[in-house]
Design a protein around this ligand. Structure first.
Ligand SMILES: [Fe+2]
Ligand SMILES: [Fe+2]
Length: 197
């Protein structure tokens, strides 16, 4: 079991790497370069499965409720932060549904939505950057500072159980390994030299 706030921060670093790869893919599309549609799909699926179904859900189900427990004078501010973060999760989910539909069209050979794909991708990238900033300046440091060791241990166990429930008993290590491998492959193609396996 990893420390929960550290686990979320590490996951965010992976999300940021994939946001950079998505930005590179957008540039290529704008320059009229041929882009591997399977890679576009891998990137969008990563955000759907890893960022949304795993990372965001762990925050919403286990961390937000703990962050919400606070002295009365803090209550309004924390409620506003949670409302904003949840709203951003929802908007991100919407963008990913739209992007997923566009990829299906592109796969069928319809290239008319490529421009729209880059526009929505950039909206998604902007949204995620703002979201990450709020979590790193508010949610994570406050939780790190104010939650007890016992509360953090409980959240850590809840994260592991959630991933086992979502990806299969004992599979959370395998899941993170597969994610790491995919990011390394895409980075070698789009951020460095080498080729995808
Ligand atoms: Fe997050
Ligand atoms: Fe979040």
């Amino acid at each position: 079991m990893k420390r929960p706030i550290k686990a979320l921060k590490d996951e965010t670093l992976q999300i940021e790497e994939m946001l950079i790869i998505l930005e590179v893919l957008c540039h290529k599309l704008e320059d009229g370069e041929e882009v591997n549609v399977k890679d576009l799909q891998k990137v969008i699926n990563f955000f759907k499965v890893f960022a949304e179904e795993c990372h965001n859900k762990k925050e919403e189900e286990f961390l937000f409720p703990e962050y919400k427990k606070c002295p009365k004078q803090e209550a309004q501010h924390r409620k506003e932060v949670i409302d904003e973060l949840k709203g951003e999760h929802q908007l991100g989910k919407f963008y990913l549904i739209v992007l997923g539909k566009m990829i299906s069209k592109i796969q069928r050979g319809d290239k008319s939505c490529l421009k729209k794909f880059t526009q929505i991708s950039r909206k998604y990238i902007d949204l995620e950057c703002r979201h990450i900033n709020l979590e790193f300046t508010e949610l994570y440091p406050i939780c790190e500072k104010t939650l007890s060791v016992k509360q953090k241990d409980t959240i850590g166990h809840q994260f592991d159980m959630f991933e086992d429930k979502t990806f299969g008993e004992g599979q959370h290590d395998n899941f993170h390994c597969a994610i790491n491998k995919m990011i390394t492959n895409l980075k070698s193609v789009y951020l460095g030299s080498g080729s995808s396996n």
